[in-house]
Design a protein around this ligand. Structure first.
Ligand SMILES: [Zn+2]
Length: 132
């Protein structure tokens, strides 16, 4: 993946913008890469996604964060989100208590509407969502 795609992804994320790629095949690729993840076409168009979606499932990890840069924000809720564009992502869900009773409440309510709510960990923006 060319550096400019990664750099652009983080620069936009820092501004609260979710930029993906849309392909002629109709598929989206997010986070953006050098080629469409559906058909491999490298001629894709950068497109700003709505940042709106539905939280399908939320839980928390019993394991330590996968990267030390998340240590300061752990423990956190982690969820599966389907963006309005039909893109499935896994991300941190802000503002959710990770106690079992709280998670059970969301388990019973999902899908619930969420909106991108970018956070920062050790100087890098991180994709996260909040309940709306
Ligand atoms: Zn495609």
């Amino acid at each position: 993946m060319p550096e400019s795609i990664i750099k652009g992804y983080y620069e936009n994320l820092r501004k609260g913008k979710l930029i993906g790629n849309k392909c002629k095949c109709g598929g989206y690729t997010f986070p953006p890469t050098a080629a469409c993840e559906h058909c491999g076409n490298s001629e894709t168009e950068a497109i700003e996604l709505s940042g709106e979606g539905a939280l399908l499932f939320v839980s928390h990890s019993m394991a330590p964060p996968p990267n030390p840069r998340f240590n300061k924000i752990a423990p956190y809720a982690y969820g599966h989100v389907c963006l309005e564009e039909g893109i499935y992502v896994q991300a941190i869900i802000n503002g959710i208590d990770i106690e079992p009773e709280s998670l059970m409440k969301y388990y019973e309510k999902c899908p619930v509407k969420v909106r991108a709510d970018i956070i920062e960990a050790e100087g890098l923006p991180v994709l996260a969502f909040k309940i709306v």
